[in-house]
Design a protein around this ligand. Structure first.
Ligand SMILES: *[C@@H]1O[C@H](CO)[C@@H](O)[C@H](O)[C@H]1NC(C)=O
Ligand SMILES: *[C@@H]1O[C@H](CO)[C@@H](O)[C@H](O)[C@H]1NC(C)=O
Ligand SMILES: *[C@@H]1O[C@H](CO)[C@@H](O)[C@H](O)[C@H]1NC(C)=O
Length: 356
């Protein structure tokens, strides 16, 4: 699936590699996303309830300290950056408005964020995708002030944009029975709203100079511990997984349309649904022991994050999930490995877009 998209990505990165003697010095990445990619923006939002800057988050990160990453160690983005030989871009809110570091890439991701503005509303503060794009606009203006308009446009055209949003639009919006969207819309209507909003957002990023965008599709959300507890025997929620696959399919159609209509757009879709599903379905095949509950013994009635008085499993690497929502460092390693291979290997057999 999405083989055409993979070819695009391969071309992008190989072009970036060919353009300069050292990829490390040349590749600028801008990251947009939610708690799966956040590296600490929410630490700066005083009132945000979507925070992970306390133990045991970060217990396996460099220094063993919480950073605002929603896992025990590294995110998939951290691991991909390190494979690319570049530093993982810093959180936008950690940088001064005219910081020189802005030209080397920025991470705008924020736990609780979604495609829709009202997603994650009950976290009080989070940077929605629209907020993140507004912050990127400010970044671009700062870069222009530093290196001039022409060079700034070139930098933005050549940068790679990693975008991963949508999980919270389900988990912290549509699937919450007490919120309006799940009551007001059928899934088809909600999906239509997500896709049209996302189309506008990707178009806006393109207007701001983004060309090489990689959209990270959703994983099987019906199998994350916070959803499993809603089933009778701790199994995956099939309906949720079906909806997520519909979302992924429709995003791929959207991307194909955008690539046709937006000049020089090279948007690709990184599909990790199956890879995550396989890891959850057969953890032992990947060296894990448990995938149906989290290493940190969380209270899913109280949100499902790993709070300081939680009990944590002995061997963190035996668990696919760290808390009720987020994979462990060990699982991120496996998933980043697969994603990286997908992004960097040319896909010779172009398969047609097919809905599973
Ligand atoms: C969402 O918020 C952004 C920024 O605050 C705003 O520009 C946009 O119009 C809002 N979108 C909707 C659909 O309300
Ligand atoms: C996870 O699976 C194991 C083995 O199949 C089972 O014994 C256990 O009860 C399950 N745990 C949950 C929380 O569903
Ligand atoms: C922890 O679990 C991982 C994965 O199963 C295993 O490779 C490792 O040896 C274990 N570590 C310890 C200290 O038991």
């Amino acid at each position: 699936m999405a083989k055409t998209a993979e070819i695009f990505t391969f071309l992008i990165i190989s072009a970036a590699m060919a353009a300069a003697p050292s990829l490390a010095a040349s590749l600028v990445t801008f990251v947009f996303g939610d708690s799966l990619t956040e590296v600490g923006n929410n630490n700066y939002l005083q009132l945000s309830l979507a925070k992970s800057n306390y133990p045991f988050y970060g217990v396996d990160y460099i220094g063993g300290k919480p950073t605002g990453r929603f896992t025990n160690g590294r995110t998939i983005g951290d691991i991909i950056s390190s494979k690319l030989g570049i530093p993982s871009p810093p959180p936008y809110l950690s940088l001064a408005p005219n910081d020189d570091a802005l030209v080397q890439g920025v991470n705008y991701a924020s736990g609780g964020a979604g495609i829709l503005n009202d997603t994650g509303l009950y976290f009080i503060q989070r940077l929605t995708f629209d907020d993140q794009i507004n912050n990127f606009k400010k970044t671009k203006e700062s870069i222009e002030a530093k290196i001039g308009e022409e060079a700034a446009n070139k930098l933005c055209n050549q940068a790679v944009y990693f975008i991963g949003l949508g999980s919270n639009d389900y988990v912290n919006n549509f699937l919450q029975p007490f919120l309006a969207d799940g009551q007001q819309y059928t899934h088809d209507e909600f999906l239509g709203l997500l896709i049209s909003t996302l189309g506008g957002q990707l178009t806006r990023l393109h207007q701001l100079g983004a060309r090489k965008m990689i959209f990270h599709g959703l994983g099987p959300l019906g199998c994350i511990p916070s959803q499993r507890v809603k089933s009778s025997r701790g199994q995956c929620l099939k309906q949720v997984n079906l909806w997520v696959q519909q979302f992924n399919y429709n995003v791929q159609k959207l991307i194909a349309t955008l690539n046709k209509h937006l000049p020089s757009a090279e948007i690709s879709f990184a599909d990790t649904y199956q890879a995550v599903f396989d890891l959850i379905d057969n953890p032992t095949a990947f060296g894990f022991k448990v995938s149906n509950t989290s290493c940190c013994n969380v209270d899913t009635q109280l949100g499902g994050l790993c709070i300081p008085n939680s009990k944590v499993c002995n061997n963190h690497s035996e668990y696919v999930f760290w808390d009720a929502f987020h994979p462990s460092d060990a699982a991120n390693e496996v998933l980043a490995e697969k994603l990286f291979a997908k992004i960097f290997s040319p896909a010779p057999s172009a398969a047609p877009l097919a809905f599973p």
